[in-house]
Design a protein around this ligand. Sequence first.
Ligand code: CA
Length: 259
Amino acid sequence: MSETPLVFVCVAAKILKQDLTLMLYRLNRSTNSNEKPMTKILLVEDEGILRTTLAQQLTAEGYAVLAAADGERGLELARDEKPDLCIFDVMLPRLDGLSLCRIVSKEQNVPIILLTARSAEMDRVIGLDSGADDYIVKPFGLSELLARIRSALRRANKQNDSIMRLGHIVIDIASHRVWANDKEVKLSSKEFGLLATLVRNRGVVLVRDTLLSEVWGMDFEGDPRTLDVHIRWLRMKLESDPDHPEFIKTVRGVGYRID
Ligand code: CA
C-alpha cells in the first residue's frame, strides 16, 4: 500500500470530522477492491462505549462496520453507503431510531435490527410498524447479536436472487461481477453472458446453437468455434484445473452444462 491514500484519507476525515470507523472502512475498501466485498453493517448508537465496542467486535467478526452517533448522521450514511444490514438504537438524538427505521426501510430493501431498552420502549418497537426485521433487548450478548445478524442476512439474501453461489464461484448477475475462491475474476462481456446463461439454466444441457444465439445474437454467422474458445477462456479463469473441468461440463456432441 502506498502512503499517499492513507494520508489523504486521514486529512479528509479530519476536515470532514467523520467517524474514525468510516475512515477505516473506506481505507479497507479501497485497498481490497478485487476481493469479494465485505458485508457492510451500519451501526447507529449514541452510547459511545457500546458503539465503539460493538464496532470493534463486528469488525473482528469480518464485517465492514460504519458507525454513527445520531439518527441524522445514520440516515446520511445509509443513503451514501447502502449498507447490507442496519442496527439502530431506538433512543437516538436528532432523529430517533424508529423514525430512522421507517425512512430507511421505505427507501432501501435492507434488513434492520433495532436495539431497545427494556420496559415501555420495547412495547413501542413491537407495536409500531417501523419496518424493522428484528429487535434485540439491551443488555445483550455478542453471540445473540451475531445470530440475529446472520439470520437477518440469510433472509435478505434469499430475497436477493441477483447473487448466485455455486461452490467456489460467486456471481452477481446485477453488477456483472464474478468471484472465484473469494478473488474477483475479470470477464469480458461475452464471457459473462455465456456464464450467466449457463448459470440461469443450471442442470440443463444447453445446445451450441442456443448458446450462440443467446450470447452472440440470433443472427450469429461467425465461426461456431468462437463458442469453444470462450468456454476455454472461462475455464482458464474459473476452474482450478482447466484441462479437467469440474464447473463447466462438456456434453459431447450436444453442448455445455453447469450443475
Ligand atoms: Ca440510546
